[in-house]
Design a binder for this molecule. Structure first.
Ligand code: SF4
Length: 351
């Protein structure tokens, strides 16, 4: 069994606790899980992706008829690529947030242009596609392909957060809570099916460990739950409040290959101002526009302040592009980095 990520500042949980939580969670899920959902057990990544995009900001029961109609109309990625945008938006009509439909169409067009009929099957490749972030990539890989990839949505964040109480702060840096949650989810997978564990966590958060009125008295996890032991919902609310931090205004990306770090031709790390979009999109746009490369950006590993502004720190990897615009940093480059950039590398354990 893999250890929890001790570097993230999370106190090590013994294997016994995670084994018990996983066992009880799965027993609950097999009895009470939402098996009626049409995307449950679906093994086609495209279909899982459609369901996940529809479920963003829309309630489950409302999504079901749209999902069924959509798949009759566009049963494959190729059929979606062949459709006109007008037809696609018409099929989405009534679900709202049309940005999701446009992303899906854009993604299908992009894959079709490269001659690909199916979605890629790695996190980095998926996250490089329009409209796919860390959660959606994890959901597609775990639900469709049963890959051991965490899918941390609001429900999962709440359940793991309450059971393991993982809000962590340090004097200079607040480590990303999602990183801790992902580590715990990976330990819960152990020899279990990641598809089943992720589905169970989501259903448990939606039906039992709800945000306002968790059913603690009837909860099968209560003997393992830190929030419950600490006084239940009141403490839970406090614990969850500790998760909030100022929204980052700066995104700092360290582009790397193994232990080697890339710098721009001027010898700098990737530093993007976040303006109107999220940190990862800002870093991808910066890499594309100023360095002519496409990069994959991992969720924030840590948060700190940079020039007095809240900043998120990300590890990035190179996908493709004109590599003359960046180069692998020499020892001299690293020595010449400003102290604040060296601090970033140190925090990400790359120095
Ligand atoms: S005991 Fe309450 S807070 Fe803890 S997991 Fe169960 S429902 Fe959630």
């Amino acid at each position: 069994m893999s250890d929890l990520n001790l570097d993230s500042g999370f106190r090590r949980n013994d294997d016994k606790k995670t084994t018990i939580v996983a066992r009880k969670l799965l027993a609950w899920f097999r009895k009470h899980g939402r098996t009626h959902l049409p995307w449950r057990g679906e093994t086609d990544p495209y279909r899982v992706l459609v369901s996940e995009l529809m479920l963003q900001q829309t309630q489950v029961e409302r999504v079901i008829p749209y999902y069924r109609r959509w798949l009759k109309r566009f049963p494959t990625m190729t059929r979606l690529a062949r459709a006109s945008e007008t037809d696609v938006l018409k099929a989405w009509q009534g679900l709202g947030y049309y940005r999701r439909a446009r992303s899906l169409k854009k993604l299908a067009d992009k894959l079709a242009a490269c001659g690909q009929k199916a979605l890629p099957t790695t996190r980095a490749e998926l996250e490089a596609l329009p409209g796919i972030g860390a959660y959606t990539a994890g959901a597609v890989l775990s639900f469709a392909l049963d890959q051991p990839e965490p899918a941390i949505d609001t429900n999962v964040r709440r359940v793991i957060g309450r059971v393991f109480s993982c809000s962590v702060t340090r004097p200079r840096v607040t480590f990303s809570v999602d990183d801790d949650l992902q580590s715990i989810a990976r330990v819960l997978f152990n020899k279990n099916s990641p598809r089943e564990i992720n589905s169970a966590l989501m259903d448990f958060g939606a039906l039992v460990c709800t945000s306002r009125a968790p059913k603690c008295d009837a909860c099968p996890l209560k003997t393992s739950c830190v929030a419950f032991k600490n006084g239940g919902i009141d403490t839970t609310t406090v614990t969850l409040r500790a998760f909030s931090r100022p929204r980052p205004e700066i995104a700092i990306g360290v582009l790397r290959e193994g232990k080697k770090v890339y710098v721009s031709k001027h010898g700098a790390l990737l530093i993007a101002l976040i303006d109107g979009s999220d940190a990862r999109t800002s870093l991808k746009a910066l890499a594309r526009e100023y360095h002519s490369v496409e990069i994959a950006v991992r969720p924030a590993m840590a948060h700190t302040t940079f020039n007095g502004k809240p900043a998120s720190l990300h590890r990035c990897s190179l996908l493709y592009g004109n590599t003359k615009a960046i180069r692998i940093a020499t020892q001299r480059d690293l020595r010449r980095l400003p102290k604040r950039s060296k601090d970033v590398l140190e925090i990400l354990k790359l120095l």
